[in-house]
Design a protein around this ligand. Structure first.
Ligand code: HEM
Length: 120
C-alpha cells in the first residue's frame, strides 16, 4: 500500500486553506515582510498559495500559477524575508496541531525553494 501524502495527512485542501489563512494573518502583522503585500489582492493570494502548498504536499490538482521565479521577480527578497515567511508558516501549522515531524518535512520542502525565490 502506498503511504499517505502530507497533503492527505494534513486534511487536504480544506485544512490547508485554514493554515494559509492563519499564515497570512501572521505575515500581515509582521513589519519585516508585510510591506511586500501592500498592493496584493490577498483573496487571490490566499487561493494561489493554497493551491501551491497543496500541490507541493502531494495534492493531485496541479498548480497552474506563475513559477516561483516569476511570482517574486522585482521583489529582491533577502534571506531574512524568507526566514520570516518560513517561521510564520511553521507557527500556523503548529497552531493547527500538525505534528512537528510533519512540520519539519514541510520546512525541508520549502527550503528547497529558496534559490527560486531570493534576489529576483
Ligand atoms: C518558499 C517560500 C515562498 C513560497 C512557496 C511562495 C509562494 C508564492 C505563490 C504561490 C505566489 C502566487 C503566485 C501567483 O499568483 O501566480 C506568491 C506570490 C508572492 N509572494 Fe511568495 N512565496 C514564498 C516566499 C515569499 C517571501 C519570502 C515573500 C516576501 C516576504 C513573498 C512575497 C510574495 C509577494 C509579494 C507575491 C506577489 C503578490 C502579488 O502578485 O501581488 N513570497 N508567492
Amino acid at each position: 500500500m502506498q503511504s499517505a501524502t502530507l497533503y492527505e495527512k494534513l486534511g487536504k485542501e480544506q485544512a490547508i486553506k485554514q493554515v494559509v489563512d492563519d499564515f497570512y494573518t501572521r505575515v500581515l502583522a509582521d513589519n519585516t515582510v508585510n510591506s511586500f503585500f501592500a498592493h496584493t489582492d490577498m483573496e487571490k493570494q490566499r487561493r494561489h498559495q493554497t493551491a501551491f502548498i497543496s500541490f507541493a504536499l502531494g495534492s493531485p490538482t496541479p498548480y497552474t500559477g506563475r513559477s516561483m521565479e516569476k511570482a517574486h521577480a522585482g521583489l529582491n527578497l533577502q534571506p531574512e524575508h524568507f526566514d520570516a515567511i518560513v517561521k510564520h508558516l511553521g507557527e500556523a501549522l503548529e497552531a493547527h496541531h500538525v505534528p512537528s515531524a510533519e512540520i519539519n518535512k514541510i520546512r525541508d520542502r520549502i527550503a528547497n525553494l529558496k534559490q527560486a525565490v531570493l534576489y529576483k
